[in-house]
Design a binder for this molecule. Structure first.
Ligand SMILES: Nc1nc2c(ncn2[C@@H]2O[C@H](COP(=O)(O)OP(=O)(O)OP(=O)(O)O)[C@@H](O)[C@H]2O)c(=O)[nH]1
Ligand SMILES: [Mg+2]
Length: 458
């Protein structure tokens, strides 16, 4: 039997509304002790589940707030047990006081993720779904949010159940062979069985691969501004960031080392880097800075090549010298406000650089900046928006990897003509692992680790 837990479920800080939750056998009796309507205590037996009651929240005779009260009778609640929600005004001091009152009346402060843990223990969610609730709440980008949403709605759980039934039927075939091997039964051929196992391995492998790719993309994407001295890289850096981060001057070679700043570009977390202008120099410090800048640029996720179109330049020669760096980059054609009379975007477009996008901009007049940001974020999204990505929490990555290992071992044993009694053990261990994906985990230690990543109140 669980005890009764309580916590503030909304984010910390002031807000229009703040929600307290209280869950467990005493949830209703504890909360109603403090709820009044027109001076009369809210009567337990009069309360209908899933009705919204406006009432006064009181500490004894002291009126504290006008609140909205909701009661969800177990098992039809988030946690699967009796759960009450009190929607108060979102003042953090008021909410804290209300929690203290509940604690005084018999509830216990909830631990991190304890509401969701109870939901899992009461069979309301499986473990993969419960974990993805944590991921959904903490998602730092739209990309991560979309991946978490897939899992909240059971993507991993469905896949695991499907694999589980495949493994069970495979096991049944093998058992039949063990039980009736002396009789003259027809079994699926050795090769067919192998193919079935290989198919399962392939599904797990592809899942692991898709999740590795997603992991890489969940890291902050790196956008790097690159180009010759004085082209306006630092000016662009400051404009995109909306603050003065880099020093700007008309002296070529102002930025001597790269400068980075993390922020959200149209909802995607990125690290934007301004680099040292590239030129031949005998200054050893500047040389070092240029080397570091080259490295940053070559490993960037999105490369922005800044050019100065006010300078008289033979763009054909420029294109030949910089072809590999221009390919696939966003070219920011800067200083369009004072462009050289011979400049036209075709000078770059005609170089036929695959995947290269050109944006005419002016850091002085801000012309084209919005469009440039748009083009950068399109590049980021094209990196990110493949339907196929999936998030596997570390725990599930481990389970799927172990399944692959067991099934590969199973095939090796089959090829060595081991009897079914022997290789069936590998199928068994794969079955145990797949069971754990959806949550046949009951050791407190593992559950504690999973739910401690949550916030209190969820
Ligand atoms: N007219 C005009 N001037 C600009 C524009 N963008 C930058 N500048 C000027 O060009 C000069 C160089 O700008 P920076 O942003 O420092 O150039 P940078 O590429 O960072 O230069 P380094 O750090 O030396 O590599 C400054 O005097 C800026 O005011 C623009 O769009 N139009
Ligand atoms: Mg600079």
């Amino acid at each position: 039997m669980f005890d009764t837990i309580t916590a503030i479920s909304t984010a910390s800080g002031a807000g229009a509304i703040g929600i307290l939750r209280i869950s467990g056998p005493e949830a209703l009796s504890i909360s109603t002790k403090h709820l009044f309507q027109n001076g009369n205590k809210l009567e337990l037996h009069n309360i209908k589940p899933r009705f919204a009651y406006t009432c006064e929240f009181q500490d004894g005779p002291r009126k504290m707030d006008q609140v909205l009260f909701l009661y969800f009778a177990g098992p039809n609640s988030y946690t699967g047990e009796d759960l009450c929600e009190i929607h108060m005004h979102g003042n953090p001091i008021l909410l804290r006081e209300a929690i203290e009152i509940f604690i005084r009346t018999g509830a216990r402060p909830a631990k991190q993720g304890e509401f969701t843990k109870r939901a899992f223990l009461n069979g309301k969610l499986d473990l993969s779904e419960a974990e993805s609730v944590g991921r959904l709440i903490g998602a730092r980008s739209r990309f991560e949010l979309e991946l978490a949403q897939k899992n909240v709605f059971g993507e991993i759980s469905r896949l695991a159940s499907n694999l589980r039934s495949q493994l069970i039927s495979l096991k049944a075939e093998c058992e039949a062979e063990i039980d009736f091997s002396t009789e003259d039964l027809t079994y699926e051929s050795f090769e067919q069985r192998k193919l079935r196992i290989l198919k399962i391995i392939e599904i797990c492998d592809s899942l692991l691969k898709r999740s590795r790719q997603a992991e890489i993309l969940l890291e902050k994407s790196r956008v790097v501004l690159y180009g010759e001295p004085n082209t306006g890289k630092s000016s662009l850096m400051n404009l995109i960031l909306g603050k003065d981060r880099s020093i700007i001057s008309d002296i070529p070679g102002t930025t001597r080392d790269y400068v980075s700043e993390e922020f959200l570009l149209e909802g995607v977390p990125i690290r934007l880097t301004d680099t040292a202008g590239i030129r031949k120099t005998s200054d050893t410090i500047e040389k070092l800075g240029i080397e570091r800048s080259e490295k940053e640029f070559s490993s960037a996720d999105v490369r922005v090549f800044v050019i100065d179109v006010s300078a008289k330049t033979d763009w054909k020669i420029f294109g030949e010298e910089n072809r590999s760096k221009l390919e696939g980059a966003v070219v920011a054609a800067n200083k369009i406000d004072i462009a050289d009379s011979s400049w036209i975007p075709e000078k770059i477009l005609n170089l036929n650089l695959p995947g290269t996008v050109i944006c005419e901009v002016s850091c002085k007049t801000k012309q084209g900046i919005e469009n440039l940001i748009q083009k950068i974020s399109e590049k980021l999204i094209s990196l990110e928006s493949s339907e196929d990505y999936v998030i596997l929490e570390e725990r599930n990555r481990y389970h799927f990897t172990t399944i692959v290992n067991s099934l590969e071992q199973c095939i090796r044993l089959m090829e060595d003509r081991a009897p079914a009694e022997i290789y069936i053990k590998e199928i068994d261990s794969a079955l145990t692992e797949i069971g754990e994906v959806n949550g046949r985990v009951d050791t407190e230690e593992i559950l504690g680790r999973i739910f401690s990543k949550f916030c209190v109140g969820k």
